[in-house]
Design a protein around this ligand. Structure first.
Ligand code: TRP
Length: 472
């Protein structure tokens, strides 16, 4: 077992199982590994924290009536999010393979298609995610160069699709590809270790600033006072579960892939908890920026009204009205959003690249460039047509991710041999009794909730597709 020396990731022999020889081959080829535990945590937090926290979270919270949704979201993070993240970690770290290989090694070739579904989801998400990230870059640069536009809605219409959107999508993809080409330590880890603390500081600073705004009280009331009728709705519950696993980057092997570079000495339950808590904190604190700002300026109607464009229209409008301070605050806000988007995009591309490296032994640089070009080309479609963007988002978020998460939960819960052993490896001894609870949550509770999510989001998916093909 000299392979473990090369990985630098744990210094311990892999358990002897039927797949030990294949695993030994994999580790001998010097599989990459994280340099430090903090590097892994920040990279995973970087994957989790993104447009989902600062943009999707705000508009869904607004749409679903505020605080009640936030409570359900916390609950779903605990009940669905952390257990699925631990399941992905068990698969990734246990096999030291990216998604396709991890599933095949654990469950046999019949399970490889679930891995292909993950890869397809990653490609599709990144294709539109990058377009939105392009808008974010554009707003940040515009804020720096000449201030936020006076006609926010018209400006958004101009830049959101067509040639301008394609250009920024291209630039964003080039940056993402460049970082992934650098590898796990020198690319992904280094970028995350530098950028994530910056993002956190900006968001906290903005929340403190927002508390000083006159009229912010109405925003806090909306955001923090629950309406208990909404709490009881199944629909809101499903929306909360779906937001939780989008935000935590679950359901497509992202966390699985990242954990395949992790040492067996680290505690998986601890890492899952830390990462989920950090992800929730950034979402929650972003709400402490967005809602006071929007309510202080009486713009609340704008957020609930449109989904995709909401933040890109109402927030720049608010920043403009606030004059010089607004411009600085706005640039900081869009910079934080850009950082979040970039570290998430890196993780999406890495899922694809890691599979190309593991399964087809394609060199990292070639894999990153090839996959990157493919995704850039697919992204031209959502960049050309907002309806396409909405439709891809709906299909992937409402179908691919819940199906992927359901598959992962059932696979680890019912099929994987001794998942508790893998999860307990490196964890505190006192945790063991709790891990039985984790396993049964994966077996029963998570599948029920995911079926609920799947069924309740079907109408929205159908609507998004109708918007695409009906041309409206
Ligand atoms: N979690 C990221 C966000 O909140 C987006 C993301 C990255 C993602 N990787 C993912 C979503 C994998 C689902 C699956 O913006």
């Amino acid at each position: 077992m000299t392979g473990d020396l090369h990985t630098g990731a744990g210094g311990e022999a892999a358990p002897v199982t039927g797949v030990a020889s294949e695993r030994a081959v994999a580790t001998e080829t010097t599989r990459e590994a994280w340099n430090t535990r903090l590097g892994f945590v920040l990279a995973a937090v970087g994957s989790a924290v993104g447009l989902g926290n600062m943009w999707r979270f705000s508009y869904i919270t607004a749409e679903k009536g505020g605080a009640a949704f936030v409570i359900l979201y916390i609950l779903m993070t605990l009940v669905v999010g952390i257990p699925i993240m631990m399941a992905e970690f068990a698969l990734g770290r246990g096999t030291r393979r990216s998604s396709i290989g991890a599933l095949r090694l654990t469950g046999g070739p019949r399970w490889a298609p679930l891995g292909y579904l993950f890869i397809a989801a990653g490609i599709l998400i990144l294709s539109f995610y990058s377009v939105i990230a392009g808008w974010v870059m554009r707003y940040a640069l515009r804020g720096i160069a000449s201030g936020f536009p006076t006609e926010a809605a018209e400006y958004f219409d101009q830049i959101a699709s067509g040639a301008p959107a394609m250009g920024f999508h291209l630039v964003f993809m080039i940056v993402t590809i460049g970082i992934v080409m650098g590898g796990v330590q020198k690319g992904i880890e280094r970028a995350s270790v530098i950028m994530m603390p910056a993002l956190f500081l900006i968001v906290v600073g903005l929340a403190v600033w927002a508390s000083t705004l006159a009229g912010s009280g109405a925003g806090y009331r909306f955001y923090l006072t629950p309406n208990f009728e909404a709490l009881l709705s199944l629909d809101t519950l499903a929306a909360a579960a779906s937001q939780a696993f989008f935000s935590l980057s679950l359901g497509m092997g992202c966390m699985l892939t990242f954990s395949s570079y992790l040492s067996r000495q680290e505690s998986l339950p601890r890492e899952a908890t830390v990462i989920s808590f950090a992800d929730f904190s950034v979402a929650f604190i972003s709400g402490l920026v967005v809602f006071p700002v929007i309510f202080a300026l009486g713009l609340q109607g704008a957020v609930g009204a449109s989904t995709l464009g909401a933040l890109f229209i109402s927030l720049p409008g608010a920043f403009l009205e606030m004059g010089g301070v607004g411009r600085i605050v706005g640039v900081l806000f869009f910079t934080a959003l850009f950082i979040g988007a970039l570290t998430s995009a890196i993780s999406l591309l890495e899922v694809v690249v890691s599979a190309l490296i593991d399964e087809w032994r394609i060199p990292r640089r070639t894999a990153a460039i090839g996959a990157g070009i493919l995704i850039t080309l697919i992204g031209l479609w959502p960049a050309a047509d907002l309806n396409a963007l909405g439709a891809i988002d709906a299909v992937v978020s409402n179908i691919f991710l819940p199906v992927g998460a359901l598959g992962t939960a059932l696979f680890v819960g019912w099929l994987m041999k001794n998942p508790i052993d893998e999860v307990a490896h490196g964890a505190a001894d006192g945790l063991r009794p709790w891990l039985k609870g984790w396993l049964w949550t994966l077996r029963i509770v998570v599948p029920i909730l995911l079926v609920l999510v799947l069924s309740s989001s079907l109408p929205a998916t159908r609507e998004a597709l109708a918007g695409l093909f009906g041309g409206g």
